[in-house]
Design a protein around this ligand. Structure first.
Ligand code: SF4
Length: 261
């Protein structure tokens, strides 16, 4: 089985593009011969040359510095620098404030603890992962997970200075992925993204009110989510229902504009 990578399809239908549509799985035997010259349209998990042409790996795919020491107060107490993970062609970018304890230990975002399993479960319900919520290396498609700061202090949240210091990593990911939807997880991330991508004052946002809604921004839509460790099962269901009923059901890609972050 091969997987059509709709987010990177060239769209040159009628010439040599597959043109079969977004995220449609197709059998290798059904692949047009011309697809051999279109590695971005097809990815075969058994054929490294196609995978490599699209994305070398899900973990830290942009090869960011895994020994970063830019924050003196974090680099001696963290277990791992937890850079982003997922599909570099993803339309959805999930952003939390900092790694949870599990990710700090594993080095892979949203794994190794209950908070990670909750997000993986949500991603699974939305069709973004095909692995179980407790998978050590989630098989992610069309989504990418990252943080405001990639290092965790065990006893406190990051300072504003640390968030500012780590911001270039996030900016680079947003610029290279260029997603359609940003999912800020928690109040602090919501305020940070609102500063950059909406015309509202950041302090006008309340994550309890904005959870599972769509906020129109500049270049992106924001779909805020409550902090994972604060979510009830009802909160979780509300988020999934909102994305399925109000985001997937329309062509959210039409709202997209290029951003310059
Ligand atoms: S939080 Fe970001 S900038 Fe600071 S040390 Fe970690 S990776 Fe580097």
């Amino acid at each position: 089985m091969l997987w059509y990578r709709g987010t990177t399809c060239c769209g040159d239908v009628g010439a040599s593009c597959c043109g079969v549509g977004r995220r449609t799985p197709v059998a290798w035997d059904d692949k047009p011969e011309s697809a051999l010259s279109h590695p971005y349209c097809f990815a075969d998990t058994s054929l490294n040359e196609f995978v490599d042409a699209h994305q070398p790996e899900l973990e830290n795919p942009f090869g960011m510095d895994e020994q970063c020491t830019n924050c003196p107060g974090l680099c001696d107490v963290r277990e791992n620098v937890v850079h982003g993970y997922g599909d570099v062609g993803g339309e959805f970018l999930f952003i939390a404030e900092r790694p949870h304890t599990g990710a700090d230990e594993t080095g892979i975002p949203f794994t190794g603890d209950a908070a990670g399993e909750r997000l993986q479960s949500i991603l699974g319900d939305l069709g973004f992962v095909r692995t179980e919520p407790d998978a050590a290396e989630p098989d992610m498609q069309n989504a990418y997970c990252t943080y405001l700061t990639r290092c965790r202090h065990p006893e406190r949240p990051p300072t504003e200075t640390e968030i500012d210091t780590c911001e270039p990593y996030l900016n680079a990911e947003i610029r290279m992925i260029n997603p359609q939807i940003l999912v800020p997880i928690g109040q602090r991330v919501l305020e940070s993204l609102a500063t950059e991508y909406t015309t509202r004052r950041p302090d006008s946002f309340d994550i309890d009110t904005e959870h599972a809604t769509t906020v129109r921004g500049r270049g992106f839509e924001l779909v805020p989510m409550l902090e994972l460790d604060r979510q009830t099962d009802a909160d979780r269901e509300a988020f999934v229902d909102h994305v399925v009923s109000n985001v997937f059901s329309r062509d959210y890609r039409q709202t997209k504009g290029r951003q310059s972050r």
